[in-house]
Design a protein around this ligand. Sequence first.
Ligand code: 26Q
Length: 810
Amino acid sequence: MVIDKEMFKMDYVEKLQTMFAEDAIDASPLHQYYALGALVKDYCSKPWIESNNEYGKNRGKQVYYFSMEFLVGRLLNSNLVNLGIKDVCDKALSELGISLIEVEDIEADAGLGNGGLGRLAACFLDSMASTQVPGHGCGIRYKYGLFKQKIEGGYQVEVPDNWLKNGNAWEIRKESKSVEVKFAGDVHLEVVGGVTKVVYENYQVVRAVPYDTPIKGYHNNTVNTLRLWSAETMEEDFDFSSFSQGNYAKAGENKYSAEAISQILYPDDSYEKGKLLRLKQEYFFVSAGLQSILRNYKKKKITIKEFHKHIAVQINDTHPAVAVAELMRLLIDEENLSWDDAWYITTKTMAYTNHTIMAEALEKWPVDMFKRLLPRIYMIVEEINRRFCNEVYHRYNGDWNKVNKMSIIYDGYVRMAYLAIVGGHSVNGVAKLHTELLKHQELSDFYEFFPEKFNNQTNGITHRRWLLNSNEKLAKLITGTIGNEWIKSPNKLEKLMGFAKDSAFQEKIQNIKTNNKINFSNYVLANYGTSIDPSSIFDVHVKRMHSYKRQTLNVLHIMHLYNQLRENPNFDMVPRTFIFGAKASPSYYIAKQGIKLINTLANKINNDPIARDKIKILFMENYGVSLAEKIIPCADVSEQISTASKEASGTGNMKFMMNGAITIATLDGANVEIFDAVGKENIILFGLTAPQVIEYYKNKNYNSYDIYNSDLRVNTVLNHLINGFLETPNNEFMGLYDSLLSHNDEYFVLKDFDAYVNAHSEIDRLYRQKSIWQQMSIINIAKSGIFSSDNTIKKYAKEIWETPPVNIKL
Ligand code: 26Q
């Protein structure tokens, strides 16, 4: 795009005038932001139309990424960069007396996700557009994103995230593309003239209205679409008779129940099962998405029997798995295909990504609820299951045990993962280890039955957001050193290997890190009133709060360090700042205790003269995408310490290494592949391996009391949780304490404690050797290119979707 500064200034001033009747000088920051957003969206519109035209006439294939979550964060900066007009914009604005950085800060994060799975979807959008894959997102336009976290008295308090309060600069409401989604009612089959027809009556209709956001590729003309559906009432559903009788509450009932569907994002809360509204949400966006895909497809005038040659649907975890049955319904009931034809097309279209190995997190729905809400869909699921069970029965010579184990409907529940596996042609895990565990543990029956469906797609991150845009100084240094090819071809970062031992380069890397840490410290002081020392080691643990992610292990280690300092104030350690950021699910009691514990300990240690120059603890409130972009470039140490076998992949681990942090890790998820990439010299590993953990579970021969009784360090820190040492009521951390002892430490925190302490000593030792540390850091950056989601997307496109790149010409 060729826009020079003067043109940009003219366009921008005009935008402010037409939108708000204001001059640049008088415009409020909010108006400055919205005008800029509108202008940037304008610049996207031509290539957007062109992309849609090309995809419309193109006889090739498009992919739709179906996801309940898109954790996009902010878009202004990344759109400016991808359009190639960031510098022009920066200069133009500053000549108008406006600071781009300040304007960027106005944008609310689109926090439509819980964590990794939602952020992965957002990284994939950026990479699909940037690698010219015709791929779009399909999801829900939640009125409220994941709650905002406030910390009060050390406790998490949840506040609604009203992210649309001031509007959304990027979306376009496409009223005319609305579709109807039907719920509940009665279904029966009728034979008319020898043909069986489905009769569906007395249903409730909800209107699904799409809001489209352009997804601009980096320095190309591709603009894909993120289509998020909003639930509205059908006009005719408004109860006018109640209204005219003055019964306004009753008149609005339908409206509220329909609109509730896209009101709020559910927190990742595997403990609360069977929420009707959640199932409504799932079916709502899946049905709307598939209907709109089908409508577009039919415009192309290609036979419906070739649908799967032109459309791929990726199901992001089981949340959209009902898509299997919905596509069957559309093909059979609306397009009049036979069951067999519909099944062929559906299985060739659908592909499923699994993001978890925790059995309790696999979604299942009570049959009663499912049947009542989605009667026609349930009928189809039953038929899918009948045919599938039949096959299993015959393959295993009438082994009912096998049939029960694999049945989609079992014990009063619909098992969504099984529906997705049976109804698609591909099942993938998100890291090598994870895929192996799926194949040989959790889903081994299905792997045995459909070995050809299983494949691995290791996660990735967009190196544009997570390096180019969020760590500008490092990006500049890299470009100055190896050229700018890495931005389009991230594997080229490998060229930095040639500079790993170069002391001048090492110093530059170190200066950038220090600079980032200073800026961040100033930000923390200004916004949180806490002073942290930029010359200390920044040791960062940011992710959702979860027992298996073991924030507790980190805390127990800090308590142990503190005890060593109390015993010997001259205890020799490089000063450390332990930085945490984590939201806990509102009903996850132990996770919330973890947050309170970190804050309690922070309060004690940060105010204790014995320790405060050596240890600082900072809990960053409301961890999310924008905060991650600030923190990650400052990290020296990246904490990736989940119980081996539990973290499917992790993606934060990749972001940190890309910014030169050294990882302290268990051999879990993608840590294994990071280890393979950087080698044992450049990562600090510790702890049980996945096979060891699995052995312990199987043999039930771990007893956490043994460690409590034999390791004085463990004994002391655990006692400190409950004996008043933390100056809180004695039962404050009883739940946590019990989970580690009387509930036998399900996640092996105590078992890994000793190894973790040693790993941290090793970090302390290495950090003192400046040159070695910088060399490790450079090697991590150099090897991080393989974890760009550009690579991940290319692999999905080749192995699952069969979608070659489409070049968009203007
Ligand atoms: C389920 C039912 C009801 C309500 C909510 C949910 C729900 C919502 C979100 C369940 C799970 C999630 C999110 C899971 C998630 O983020 N998983 C992470 O996915 C990443 C991307 O693949 C991996 O890197 C992480 O290892 C994995 O934990």
